[in-house]
Design a protein around this ligand. Structure first.
Ligand SMILES: [Zn+2]
Length: 201
């Protein structure tokens, strides 16, 4: 099966995905294709529903030796998480996120700074993990896809019709920010502002 990215007008991105129960299914091939698409699109992660597969698994590329998420991906480690469940969220950080399923857009989203989560690996074995910073942002974004939630619904500020260069400029002027590191985090419904890109912003 050859997979391809679906876009945000597709109803499958709004569905709550099903738990993975049959770990004998050949997920390796799908993960491999997801990785190739991420590299091609210069994305850092993907969730199965973005390929029209409504099953609970995601892929994260952990970029080694690079602090800045905007830099080109050179060295990376691939991690796949099946049935991830966030069990704890603390702190707060903001970042101008983007998504392979939402073309030419970026939005400022508040996420927890640190999360604890449980998951299964590709063989179905159970694990627990804690991540923080960018990795936490990426995991939260991808796990949201499993719930049918897109970052555009969480953003306080949204820009549409921005080129990749303009998105980089927005990120340069409004870099990743850590707001708090220890108090309990809860998502709140944003009072969203939609802005037009302006070089002077
Ligand atoms: Zn996404």
């Amino acid at each position: 099966m050859k997979i391809k990215i679906i876009k945000s007008d597709d109803k499958r991105l709004k569905e709550i995905s099903k738990e993975v129960v049959d770990f004998t299914k050949d997920y390796k091939k799908i993960i491999e294709q997801m990785k190739d698409i991420c590299l091609e699109k210069r994305a850092y992660a993907a969730a199965a529903p973005q390929f029209g597969i409504n099953e609970r698994f995601i892929l994260i590329m952990t970029v080694d030796e690079i602090q800045n998420i905007n830099e080109e991906v050179k060295k990376y480690t691939i991690k796949s998480y099946f049935n991830p469940v966030i069990t704890d969220m603390v702190g707060q950080q903001t970042y101008y996120e983007s998504c392979m399923s939402v073309d030419e857009a970026t939005g400022k989203v508040k996420r927890p700074f640190r999360i604890k989560f449980s998951y299964q690996d590709i063989d179905g074995d159970k694990h627990k993990k804690t991540v923080e910073g960018f990795e936490a942002i990426i995991l939260c974004h991808e796990i949201d896809h499993l719930e049918g939630i897109e970052y555009t619904e969480r953003a306080d500020i949204m820009y549409y019709d921005v080129s990749p260069e303009q998105r980089m400029n927005i990120r340069k002027k409004n870099p990743h920010e850590i707001i708090a590191i220890s108090e309990t985090f809860k998502y709140s419904k944003p009072n969203q502002i939609i802005k037009k890109y302006n070089e002077d912003d």
